[in-house]
Design a protein around this ligand. Sequence first.
Ligand code: CA
Length: 229
Amino acid sequence: MTKILIIEDEEAIAELEKDYLEISDFQVTIERDGKQGLKTALSEDFALIILDLMLPGMDGYEICKEIRNQKNIPIIMVSAKKDDIDKIRGLGLGADDYMTKPFSPSELVARVKAHLSRYERLIGSTQKQNDIVEIRGIKIDKTARRVYVNGEEKIFTTKEFDLLTFLAENPNHVFKKEELFREIWDMDSIGDIATVTVHIKKIREKIEVDTSKPQYIETIWGVGYRFRV
Ligand code: CA
């Protein structure tokens, strides 16, 4: 459930806002004191904050500035005076929206929803997609370095992961054990091509249903291995 914080000292207004937001399936917390409001805002994970300007303890200007230093979630500031809006704008506190009391609660809910979806789009567009290799039932998340076989995560060591990824990214290509060893282990590594055989065996145990009849990594006798598509 999306969590919203209301910092508002007028109980009737806070409760009215809360009722309307709860009808729209938001989870609402109310703080009536400025200092406590700021503390709650910074310590919990809210999706959006509705912030009154005149508050006991600490005013909305200061609270907005402090929240902005740490979080970029949407902040809607509310005030009883129209003149305050110009002041809020002029101070460049980083509030996303301003409303003058009295306002209709449904207008507030509409703005809350608009800011949340805008914020989510913003976050979504900056989030990088993971680099994923997917072949039949095998999904290799190169970014997270995780392997899933038919949806179930399997734990791979670093070299097992590198070897599987290399083969899967070069399907239908037969690699000699020497080539694979050179590719995955650096030249100074202790070990020899038998290391490759051992690792292939371990990988098969994790990805194959029947290791005696491999469906993914085939052995090409006398040559090496091939990842079959
Ligand atoms: Ca107030």
